[in-house]
Design a protein around this ligand. Structure first.
Ligand code: ADE
Length: 229
């Protein structure tokens, strides 16, 4: 799977995507990430990528020309399953959207900055707008990193059995159960007996019960969806 990411601050994306599971996915040849510096597509001595907004108001807007030049360059080299724009007014990212995106081959992600990108770029090129939550980030790079991480780890072969995504929270509309490691007793707090029993059926029943209880008490919205099936 290939991600192309357009950004004015590509450095922001380097560290999160060059470690741990993301690095392993790339090393295994299962995922590729290409960063495109928007400034390379901006004209003039100052390589200006933003400008004042028409109608007045605080905050700059990302100019259409450099974005269009960069997007066109990407589109001339391959077709994309989705052209994604990261924005607080997009569709909320959830596990189901991550699952869908993990089955794609090529995704192009445009990171917004300042007040956002000129609306005409959204109209002309963007096919999917994604928000990572109801808060405003100072730029779309962290949102892009969240998308690449949450989608990339679902690509078949990226995770090994130990980290299998099948047991993640949200995978079946339930939160994951609590987990423990050694020592079995720590500061007078002990690990639930059943986990030490070696009895697989009891352990899996206990985990399921804990998932149900966690979801019921912490996320009534998910619980309602789970109950409706
Ligand atoms: N850019 C700014 N805020 C954002 C958010 N919440 N999600 C995605 N992109 C953003």
């Amino acid at each position: 799977m290939r991600f192309d990411i357009i950004s004015v601050l590509p450095e922001l994306l380097e560290s999160p995507l060059n470690h741990s599971i993301m690095q392993r996915a790339k090393d295994k040849g299962l995922m590729e990430v290409f960063l495109h510096n928007l400034r390379d597509y901006a004209a003039g001595k100052h390589r200006q990528v933003d400008d004042y907004q028409f109608g007045g108001g605080a905050g700059m807007v990302m100019k259409p020309e450099p974005l269009a030049a960069c997007i066109e360059k990407c589109l001339s080299e391959r077709s994309y399953d989705a052209v994604i724009y990261t924005a607080p007014d997009g569709q909320r990212l959830d596990q189901s959207l991550c699952n869908q995106l993990s089955m794609k081959d090529n995704l192009l992600i445009i990171c917004g900055h300042y007040k956002g990108i000129d609306e005409r770029i959204r109209e002309k090129y963007v096919t999917l707008e994604i928000s990572i939550g109801d808060y405003v980030l100072s730029g779309g790079e962290l949102a892009a990193a969240v998308i690449v991480d949450s989608v990339g780890r679902l690509i078949p072969g990226v995770l090994n059995d130990e980290t299998s995504a099948l047991f993640d929270s949200f995978q079946d509309d339930l939160l994951a159960p609590p987990v423990y490691t050694r020592p079995a007793d720590w500061e007078g707090m002990s690990v639930p007996e059943v986990l030490l029993s070696g009895h697989e059926k009891n352990i899996s029943e206990w985990r399921h019960e804990q998932s149900l209880e966690r979801t019921r008490s912490r996320r009534p919205d998910l619980w309602e969806r789970y109950e409706k099936g």
